[in-house]
Ligand binder design. Sequence first.
Ligand code: GLU
Length: 276
Amino acid sequence: MENSAYNYRGRLAPSPTGLLHLGHARTFWTAQQRAQAARGTLLLRNDDLDTARCRPEFVSAMVEDLRWFGLTWTEPMVTQSQHLPRYRAALARLHAAGLIFPCTRSRRDVLAAASAPHDGDENDEPLYPPEFRPAPGTPLPPLTDPITVNWRFRVPDGETLTFLDGRGGAQHATAGRDFGDFLVWRKDDTPSYQLASVVDDAAMAITEVVRGADLIKSTFRQLLLFRALGHPAPAFYHCPLVNDAEGRRLAKRHDALALRTLREQGRDPHEIRGAW
Ligand code: GLU
């Protein structure tokens, strides 16, 4: 690539909730290739905010397995649990702008009242019922410390959002129809993935997000957050998901295809990549 003012910055953002598998490796390999092609920088972000599911031993395993596979990144790794104040500051800005509301409904209430997402994607969360929103004109209660209720972003109903995916081309979704009001902060006082990811992508000056196609719907939510927080949105490139021999999407429970298992079997990462 020509020497230009464009300074590509990408990231690998695994969650240490289990062992990484071939699906992660394939997406991360694409991320690395895109960063290298642009003579850019690749960073590693440890998405460890889900305290119930993340475990320290999975952090060291993920670093080891990524290195074994041939991935390299610019140190230091960014660990989300060390940046709680910046997510909280972003939440305060959304609150000051009146873009969020507290939600005391349980997951079960939402499931019972919700209509299915427009395209019937069973991996995505159900549409938040608009009748659960606070009545118009209800004053917004202050943010408490600690936070003990869920806070949701109020999506602009009927607005169609668009982005140009680096792999799949133009993508569209309509707020309030394809996705609804989504969590930005949880009642256990932790930021949601959507908020933390946007705040970090901005703080880390990421120019392109490469990740699995399962997160396309999240990209639309995140575009709303980038806009609400006044940050330019990065470019996006969503990779196809890898399926197992039965056609099921790989998950962290697929130990047979965990990078660790392949390594223990003496498999060669070059040869694995060659099959792609
Ligand atoms: N940590 C997220 C996950 O493993 C990915 C986040 C992202 O790439 O935005 O699903």
